[in-house]
Unconditional design. Structure first.
Length: 320
């Protein structure tokens, strides 16, 4: 009975091992996107269906919080099930009836299934990140992808090992396998954080480059209007504020670089990535603030026919 309870402790531990937001990823649009790894190690097929349904609901960064809340519900449900099984095992202590033998057998099966599902979720998360990385222009993506491949190889080995052990695995085998999973995930999540952050950094860089072109366009238009004697004071004031936000975003992105170069093997890796992520978030916030001023600048320029004409003319020049 002690062994059975010990295995349930392992399962409860695994239920809390999986949840992890690797990092906020910057899409090519500059918006945030969280890569969530969820624990759905339920003991029936509704587990995967629930996760698939949740993932399909994530259409934009605004849905991330909703996803996290629903995933927490699934995880809590799983923990409740495990705690319930644990209580049933306690009640069956020294009881050798057929019913209690079934309780012990089911508890053992749940732990094995939990191990397998946990590894499968880890693999799915890393494969998803790898796919996104490969489809991007992220700097050094080959090196980052190679590291993810190493982690995937280890996790696939563990998956095969768990399948081979089956429901007849001994408590010792399960404990050892659970320890290997913990260690593999400890290493894998660091490489995943690194890859996700570098991809986010690259996306932010692309957004800033496009904004620089927009800055040049607005400055060019305002300069031409000034040469024609138009009053551009209001538009210039808004543009000045716009430029300040962009300058701040660039500075924060630059400040984040050394933190994002930290190696997963470094002792302070997690702190460095956390700091780099915070700085990139500040950079994105600056871009969002600047974006909010774009409409004001455009509206101000369109208050005159000359301004409207310049905007249209400049757009046509760009298309050519």
């Amino acid at each position: 009975m002690k062994k059975a309870l010990s295995l349930l402790v392992i399962a409860i531990f695994l239920a809390g091992l999986m949840p992890l937001a690797f990092a906020k990823e910057g899409r090519d649009s500059g918006r945030d996107e969280s890569l969530e790894v969820q624990d759905d190690t339920a003991d029936d097929d509704t587990n995967d269906e629930s996760q698939d349904r949740i993932e399909k609901e994530v259409k934009s960064p605004r849905d991330v919080e909703k996803l996290r809340d629903k995933s927490d519900e699934i995880r809590e449900k799983r923990r409740d099930e495990l705690e319930n099984t644990r209580e049933n095992l306690k009640k069956c202590r020294k009881d050798t009836t057929a019913n209690c033998e079934l309780v012990r057998k089911n508890a053992k099966a749940k732990v094995s299934t939990g191990l397998l599902n946990a590894v499968e979720r880890m693999i799915a998360a890393l494969e998803k990140l790898k796919e996104r990385l490969e489809s991007s222009d992220t700097e050094n993506k080959e090196k980052l992808t190679a590291r993810l491949d190493e982690r995937l190889s280890k996790l696939n080995e563990l998956k095969a090992k768990i399948a081979e052990l089956g429901e007849n695995a001994t408590p010792q085998e399960i404990r050892e396998t659970a320890k290997e999973i913990k260690e593999a995930w400890k290493v894998g999540k660091k490489d995943a954080k690194k890859a996700a952050m570098k991809r986010g950094e690259h996306g932010l860089k692309g957004v800033l480059q496009r904004i620089e072109k927009l800055q040049e366009k607005l400055e060019r238009i305002i300069e031409r209007l000034k040469e024609r004697g138009q009053d551009t004071a209001a538009a210039e004031a808004i543009l000045t504020e716009f430029n300040q936000h962009i300058a701040s975003a660039k500075a924060k992105a630059e400040e984040a670089k050394p933190f994002l170069e930290a190696s997963p093997e470094d002792d302070g890796f997690d702190d460095s990535i956390k700091q780099g992520h915070a700085l990139l978030k500040e950079a994105r916030d600056g871009i969002k603030a600047a974006h909010g001023l774009l409409g004001d600048i455009m509206d101000e320029l369109k208050t005159t026919e000359e301004g409207k004409s310049e905007l249209e003319s400049d757009s046509e020049d760009e298309e050519e």
